[in-house]
Design a protein around this ligand. Sequence first.
Ligand SMILES: Cc1cc2nc3c(=O)[nH]c(=O)nc-3n(C[C@H](O)[C@H](O)[C@H](O)COP(=O)(O)OP(=O)(O)OC[C@H]3O[C@@H](n4cnc5c(N)ncnc54)[C@H](O)[C@@H]3O)c2cc1C
Length: 564
Amino acid sequence: MTPKLPITAWFAIALATTVALIYCRAWLYRAFRRSRFLVRFISSYVLIRRRRWFNTSLTVLQILLCLAYLVVNGLCILLYSKWNSKWNFPEIARRCGIMASINMVPLFTAGRPSIVVTLLGLPLHVHHLLHYWMGLVSISLGILHLVFVYFSGAIEGHPTTSGALTIAGLGCILGLSLTPLRLWKYEIFLKSHHFLGVLSVGGLLWHVIIAKGLDFWPLSLPLTSIFFWAVGLILFLHNLRIRSQEVEISKFHRVRDIGSFSCREADVVRIEIKLRSPETVRPGQFVYLRFRDFYFSDKIQTHPFMISWWESALDSPKAQSLTLLVQPVNGLTRRLSSKTFLQDVSFDGPLGLNLHLESYDNVFLAVKGIGIAGVLSYAKHLIELETYIKGPRITPRKVDLYWELEDNSQEEWAGPLLRKLQIKNDALKVRLLQLWCYFPSNQTREPFVELYYPNGVPREDFQYFYPDSKCFYKIEDAIKEVAKFSSGRSIVVACGVSKFVDQVRKKTRNAMSPAGILDFVETEYRPRSEPPKQLAKWPHRPTISGPIPTTEKDMSKSKRVTFI
Ligand SMILES: Cc1cc2nc3c(=O)[nH]c(=O)nc-3n(C[C@H](O)[C@H](O)[C@H](O)COP(=O)(O)OP(=O)(O)OC[C@H]3O[C@@H](n4cnc5c(N)ncnc54)[C@H](O)[C@@H]3O)c2cc1C
């Protein structure tokens, strides 16, 4: 029996079904919003994301879609491939080859910035997950193509050199993508991944030309991949232009106690970038930063950082300067923490999804430690809505910012930005923002924000909680209150290490009722939970005794770069 539809048509049908399912999700959710059982079941167990593998958070629906994708690929290869009740191996080999090429096309949309991903509005972690699975399927099918060609005896007359080149490229990508290797030297992995990807698609093009000649349809798949890659490369080269006019860095330290040892480590580097030309920045966006005055191996690296703050001119919302908060890990960011000045930086972006929090009535931002870098831009944007949108404010009516500090010294780097938020909030006709900061140790210094009105009455909208504070307001009570008493649409946005986000997610689920449904979302930036490797070296360092300054600022103004 021969297939009634070509294999590409089967795949297109499957893809259309997947898209329809994604749209159905929103429709189903709206349709059953009022049913007590379905609200708890669908919201809590199907649609609310939970952090699972690969440091990503997925809904049950997304996991089902991944499984469906695997099944559909299998069906496209096996359907109608029996001939007189025997498997037709040359046909299976051919289909494996075609499916490997089809799955390869979306992989080349992974450049930065990727127009396709931006148009589809995919969150970064979903894009990474799709890339991972499609890559895995494409490579596996490429290898299966080789196996079936070999065992079906069709190897005679098959272009072997080009095939071997493609399979070698794909095999190396697979080997390098194994998690331990990837985590060991992430940047080496990234660069070799790009190189091997181009090598594989070049090999595939050569393979198809030799096997099928200059037939348009077989050639269209590798050519589409190359087209996407070329668009990504052009955008990348375009972004190589220097975009900073002046860069200022400030370093902030914290003290860690390990047994009887104390050590002072860089906690955050605040980078303030004055832009050469104003840029449009949306809340929740990030940039891939490139440092130009590092060694060559660091110069070619680009790292993503959230735009925590931006300053605009009075007459235009476009950003003239950006503020990034960088927490050193082990690689380039650690080397950055030992720099005293930066001459210039360039970046790809701004990129990333805007969560459109302005469409909600109540917004609850729950963050821990450096997680505040991921939500400050939302708080700023929501407060500033009135400045740039003419007419009365409709939504949101309330924004709660809950910040759990990992160390009291963290207020030093975020405090000035919180103070700016407070000034903007106080200037509103109806105040919007409520800030709660939770400190792990008792108060030792004056707060950055005003906690009292000029007449000495404590403010209710800006509150600091210390372990010895008389009153303490728990996060679960705050979330419950949002769900219970706030009318309209409400959303909880979380940013922090996975344990913290999991707790917030659980509390959000528990607070939900048919009358008070909350949306829950995690930001694109997911801070890592492991301590930096440097911790292991600490016990061998000399103990620091006496009073230790917890913060140190290097406000060395960078050299000015003149542009012609
Ligand atoms: C969307 C997004 C926004 C982010 N915003 C911030 C922020 O505002 N502040 C902040 O401190 N950190 C932020 N990060 C994390 C930051 O990008 C990494 O900590 C940094 O790239 C680590 O660099 P490194 O060389 O020191 O890391 P290494 O010690 O070499 O690697 C540690 C880990 O960092 C990740 N990583 C390393 N290089 C890259 C890269 N080029 N792209 C993506 N991930 C990488 C990998 O998971 C790797 O395993 C953000 C990450 C993402 C994805």
